[in-house]
Design a protein around this ligand. Structure first.
Ligand SMILES: NC(=O)c1ccc[n+]([C@@H]2O[C@H](COP(=O)([O-])OP(=O)(O)OC[C@H]3O[C@@H](n4cnc5c(N)ncnc54)[C@H](OP(=O)(O)O)[C@@H]3O)[C@@H](O)[C@H]2O)c1
Length: 318
């Protein structure tokens, strides 16, 4: 459940939109099957449905995702919460690297400051403590409102949060993979720590890269890099879970499997940021809010997904 000591940028935010696919050709095939017109419509559909939180990163489509968002926001009067990320490439060693990357992101987004700035990965050689002290500097300059990390395990999250506390700040969020097929953040202590400290868990890939929509099967597997992650055999093993999700959704006034997957994340107190390539997907994902899975339905889904766990970055015991 949502803890009440979270950073104010998350007040009233139940669902966001992830924009990795807005410009990314390598994983998502931007330009083949969907294009800029489609993602613009996904944006307008989301705004019309009340979504205010958009997640992007400097690396998504090598800046294209940020540029598309920036262009879309030009004529907007409503204030949005934009979360972007810096990739700590191992060659970004000098003291001003973070600020330079941030300035380039702000330029693409057409903004003076960004609501949430996140360290994309816990990559060496620079420590979480050092990155956080660089975050403190750009925060002091008014370039960012809140500080986040992504893919940080428990130890790294504690290090980041404790560093920020020394400067009178706090860690606002940790963005990690979280959905019914990857629940490792629950067993490694990260969920408990974040709840106690009011650090928002932002759940990325909340549809397991589309697999939890139920549209992919052994006969119709996803293509590209997703094929390597979800074998036909694994897709077969998912069927009992997907069938239960479809049945439960039906019993909630015809909610879809995707909406059940996202509602599960919301009931866990995390903020799902599903990717949407077009207006239809955006519209459907909006239907994940405004209702609640019952406790016995949550239990059943967790039971059925127990032997299907796949871990991404955050692993037990790390
Ligand atoms: N911090 C990190 O390291 C990190 C890593 C990954 C993602 N993220 C963030 O999390 C966001 C979401 O994750 P994600 O894009 O990886 O995966 P996701 O949200 O689990 O899946 C998104 C994909 O599922 C399909 N889809 C979405 N809604 C659908 C619907 N209603 N019906 C049918 N298909 C639907 C679309 O792909 P198809 O139509 O091609 O199936 C879409 O691109 C990203 O955009 C990004 O902002 C962050």
């Amino acid at each position: 459940m949502e803890s009440n000591n979270q950073h104010p940028i998350f007040k009233g935010i139940e669902l966001g939109i992830g924009t990795w696919s807005w410009g990314d050709r390598l994983v998502w095939g931007f330009g083949k099957g969907y294009d800029e017109t489609d993602v613009r419509q996904a944006f307008y559909e989301s705004i019309a449905g009340g979504v205010r939180f958009f997640d992007t990163a400097e690396v998504y489509g090598q800046g294209k995702s940020e540029s598309i968002l920036g262009d879309l926001m030009k004529d907007m009067h409503d204030s949005l919460i934009i979360a972007t990320k810096m990739m700590p490439y191992p060659w970004r060693l000098d003291k001003n690297a973070l600020k330079r990357a941030l300035k380039r992101s702000l330029q693409r987004l057409g903004k003076q400051s960004v609501e949430l700035y996140q360290m994309h990965l816990p990559l060496p050689p620079i420590s979480p403590e050092k990155w956080m002290s660089r975050m403190v500097e750009v925060h002091a300059e008014g370039l960012i409102d809140a500080i986040g990390v992504s893919n940080y395990d428990l130890k790294q999250t504690i290090a980041a949060h404790e560093t920020l506390k020394k400067f009178g700040l706090r860690l606002a969020a940790n963005q990690v993979e979280y959905h019914l097929l990857d629940r490792h953040i629950e067993s490694c202590g990260l969920v408990d720590y974040c709840r106690e400290e009011g650090i928002k868990i932002i759940a990325y890939s909340p549809l397991a890269l589309g697999v939890l929509t139920g549209k992919y099967t052994a006969q119709n597997p996803p293509g590209g890099t997703r094929a390597a992650r979800f074998s036909r055999n694994y897709l077969d093993r998912l069927q009992p879970l997907l069938k239960a999700m479809a049945r439960i959704g039906n019993e909630h006034n015809g909610k879809s499997t995707a909406q059940v997957a996202l509602n599960w994340v919301i009931q866990k107190g995390a903020l799902p940021i599903p990717g949407a390539k077009n207006a239809n997907q955006a519209a459907q994902n909006l239907g994940a809010t405004g209702w609640q899975l019952k406790a016995d339905e949550m239990d059943l889904l967790e039971d059925l997904s127990k032997n299907l766990q796949r871990s991404g970055w955050i692993k037990e015991g790390r």
